[in-house]
Design a protein around this ligand. Structure first.
Ligand code: SF4
Ligand code: SF4
Length: 334
């Protein structure tokens, strides 16, 4: 594993995470300016609508997936929602739950908060074993509810009706308002989550995020896994202590838990050379540490690129559609 040392895994991930966060923030700001231009009565767009904003519409993306499965067509109102969703599913199938630890802005911010908590309190806290297991189950229950309600409970006709309705058309604007015109309840919920995240590593991701639960289940099929060379391992347990998901890396030959996000923190912390590595099952020799991040970014770019090239990226909504619909946003409910 000559070349870039494994210790740099953390630095590489920080760079990827913050570049992605800045990109997402740029999309959000640009979309805010677009909506602002409509709301201010501009007769033509002062700025074009950025499509990636659909990344914030995972429930609509799941509905779009059902539509695609039953009709064979990608719905044209927010096609980027499905493209982003499928890309992230593919990432999990091939490269663990890497979206969570390499790209997701919520994951990046959650890390900032727990590291801040560690600075303030000297360490992070751990919930006892059984309560921890029970709490981890919450995200799977939420996932099950979404899957049952949308993939099984909604007929093809109901799905089309939902995707053709004005509510879905302006769901991106509603999401923007969720952040820019936050209700008191939302503020309290976010403050409580942030507070808990100060004490417990990745509180939202670990216990509550149904998206992460889905990606974790798919990641079981990923050929990439953290593999430990038990012969050279000294059993120091530094890897397990560092793992943000609280996994017992030191006692696993290969980490196959759905909670493993492929963050490479264990690899970066292992003091021994060539003991821990993220490797595909079919690859027996040590891989340079940059390979996994490169695979993650490559899959994401290929997925999004495929959506763009195939014409399933830009919304079919025109500026005049937004002019007509945005004044109705407050009154539109599903
Ligand atoms: S096992 Fe390693 S790669 Fe997986 S979550 Fe823990 S620290 Fe990250
Ligand atoms: S940090 Fe490395 S040497 Fe220590 S227990 Fe984990 S894998 Fe073994």
């Amino acid at each position: 594993m000559d070349g870039i040392p494994t210790k740099s895994a953390g630095t590489i991930r920080t760079v990827v995470q913050w570049c992605f966060l800045l990109w997402v923030a740029g999309i959000g700001i640009r979309f805010g300016m677009f909506v602002n231009s409509v709301e201010s009565g501009a007769t033509s767009p002062l700025i074009s609508r950025p499509p990636g904003v659909e990344g914030f519409l995972p429930i609509g993306a799941l509905t779009s997936l059902k539509h695609w499965l039953v009709s064979g067509e990608i719905h044209s109102v927010h096609p980027a929602a499905l493209v982003i969703f499928l890309t992230i599913l593919l990432m999990s199938l091939l490269a663990k739950k890497s979206f969570c630890s390499w790209l997701c802005p919520v994951g990046t911010l959650s890390e900032v908060v727990y590291k801040l908590g560690r600075k303030v309190f000297g360490h992070n806290f751990r919930i006892w074993f059984w309560p921890d297991i029970l709490l981890r189950g919450i995200k799977y229950i939420l996932l099950l509810l979404f899957l049952v309600f949308i993939l099984i409970g909604m007929s093809g006709e109901k799905v089309s009706k939902f995707l053709d309705a004005p509510y879905w058309a302006v769901s991106d604007v509603k999401m923007l308002h969720f952040f820019t015109r936050m209700s008191g309840t939302t503020m309290v919920v976010l403050a409580v989550l942030a507070f808990l995240s100060l004490f417990y590593k990745m509180f939202w991701c670990r216990y509550l995020c149904p998206y992460g639960a889905l990606l974790g289940l798919l990641s079981a099929m990923s050929p990439f896994k953290i593999r430990r060379n038990a012969v050279d391992c000294t059993g120091c347990q530094i890897c397990s202590a560092a793992c943000p998901s609280g996994l017992a890396v030191h006692s696993s030959t290969a980490v196959s838990s759905p909670e493993c996000t492929g963050c490479l923190t264990c690899v970066a912390h292992c003091p021994e050379r060539n003991v821990l590595a993220m490797q595909p099952v079919f690859w027996k020799r040590p891989l340079p540490v940059w390979v996994f991040p490169a695979v993650v970014v490559f899959i994401f770019m290929v997925g999004i690129g495929a959506g763009m090239v195939s014409g399933h990226w830009q919304s079919s909504l025109s500026y005049s559609d937004y002019q007509r619909l945005i004044p109705l946003v407050q009154s539109l409910s599903h």
